[in-house]
Design a protein around this ligand. Structure first.
Ligand code: FAD
Length: 417
């Protein structure tokens, strides 16, 4: 494919992963991004590679749980009331997807993608070198209450059919796994197939690798429109001129809805805002990344560095920081780990990013409705890091007309049309 050119719109982890596999196949790739690729959603997240997350975000009980939080300003879930037809349509589809039948239908496809990606991340590490602190010691699901623990045991049981390995731990056993920090936790489950990376370092490593491999980066350039031909996109219009490619990949994260609108086939996407803060020089740090199940937030250690983060705020495409949401995260962490010596961060130390969330929690991977040369790689929601490698690999197979590595029907971008 040496003579074929590809424009990748969006340089988050989905865009870079797609570029990586396309470049390997010999395509000439240009990544166009409206920023500098130094701080999009793919940087300040928790960095989990989670085959354990086979239950999609849209699942039974999620809507009721969300609504129960709405009046609490520190809650892990927030919807900003607003008159927005796209949001209403998305919310309706999300509500309709949050049932057992849909979960049972979608979970195997999601798990296939997560497992493929987990395996590919080992290959990428071997290929580009590990400068991104990848660790393969699993992920702890920490439960403060007995009820949450019992629910988590069911998730562990359900994971057996996907071959997921777990270790069930009571309070005393957990404390042995985390000897340096006092815990106040009822019990936990260690999912041993999970791993984690430092996502910001990974993004830098991947960008450096791609630059050396000949991928072009057109930064500070916003895609503003498209000139269509009978079968696809002929020209991509930007605020820095027009670009042409044989193929166009749409990987613009939470802005995918806006972009696909310009093509007349808007995809349903909402930005699910999350927050994090990162502590350096933590003397007595965690040894395992941990999801605080009934605290609805997460913690990732890298040697003496610790990141805490979480929340899902549906308030549109903005980067406004609601400090009370960070308070909610901090208080949960202190409740689970009373012995951890960390201070509440100043506002300049709070990071925020927008997860691209589809109504069923599954990504969009495949050709955009009605186009032969436009493909979508996005909408990976809470699992963009965990599923980027597999998504990129699938995109490269689709462009080559090769059989995809896993069945991709569930990810069809046209599934809500
Ligand atoms: C607090 C938090 C914790 C998380 N933890 C994890 C985790 O542990 N594991 C996991 O798997 N996932 C996690 N996620 C989710 C993960 O971060 C996202 O799914 C992922 O980063 C999305 O990547 P993306 O490439 O789709 O989008 P982005 O990283 O947002 O990149 C999209 C890019 O498109 C560009 N763009 C947009 N519009 C245009 C345009 N018109 N023209 C040109 N460029 C454009 C933007 O500038 C941006 O650089 C977390 C998210 C948050 C918020």
């Amino acid at each position: 494919m040496k003579d074929k050119t590809v424009l990748v719109i969006g340089g988050g982890i989905l865009g870079l992963a797609s570029a990586y596999y396309l470049n390997k196949k010999g395509f000439q790739v240009t990544i166009i991004d409206s920023g500098t690729i130094e701080n999009n959603c793919s940087f300040g997240n928790m960095g989990y590679l989670s085959p354990s997350h086979y239950v999609p975000l849209a699942s039974p009980g999620i809507v009721a749980e969300g609504l129960s939080y709405v009046l609490n300003s520190k809650s892990p879930f927030y919807i900003k009331p607003r008159l927005d037809m796209d949001f209403f349509k998305w919310a309706w589809k999300f509500y309709r997807s949050s049932n057992q039948k849909t979960v049972e239908k979608n979970a195997p496809s999601l798990e296939d993608l997560l497992k493929l990606s987990r395996h590919l991340m080992d290959e990428i590490r071997a290929d580009i070198g590990d400068t991104f602190d990848m660790e393969t010691n699993g992920c702890m699901m920490m439960c403060h209450s007995k009820a949450a623990f019992e629910k988590e045991l069911k998730v562990a049981e359900g994971g057996k059919k996907y071959g997921l390995n777990t270790v069930i731990l009571n309070r005393e056993e957990l404390q042995k796994y985390e000897p340096d920090v006092e815990l106040d936790i009822y019990g936990g489950v260690l999912f041993t197939d999970d791993a984690h990376i430092h996502p910001g370092k990974f993004m830098h490593a991947m960008k450096n690798y791609l630059e050396k491999a000949g991928v072009r980066f057109q930064l500070n350039t916003t895609v503003t429109g498209f000139k269509k031909s009978a079968s696809g996109v002929e020209t991509v219009n930007t605020d820095h001129g027009d670009f042409q490619g044989d193929y166009t990949i749409l990987s613009a994260g939470s802005w995918l809805g806006k972009l696909t609108h310009k093509l007349g086939h808007p995809l349903m996407i909402q930005g699910g805002k999350g927050y994090s803060t990162t502590y350096e020089n933590v003397e007595k740090n965690l040894h395992y990344p941990a999801i605080l199940v009934d605290g609805r937030c997460a913690m990732t250690p890298w040697k003496h560095t610790l990141r805490i983060g979480g929340t899902m705020e549906l308030s549109g495409l903005n980067d406004r920081i609601l400090i009370k949401r960070m308070h909610g995260i901090y208080e949960s962490v202190k409740k689970f780990y009373p012995g951890l010596k960390i201070e509440f961060p100043t506002i300049d130390k709070i990071w925020t990013g927008l997860r691209p969330v589809s109504p069923d929690g599954l990504p969009y991977i495949g050709a955009l409705n009605g186009f032969q040369n436009v493909f979508v790689a996005g909408g990976n929601a809470m699992l963009g890091v965990s599923s980027a490698a597999g998504t990129g690999k699938l995109i490269s197979s689709l462009l080559e007309n090769e059989k995809p590595e896993i069945p991709i029907g569930a990810f069809n971008p046209g599934r809500f049309s």
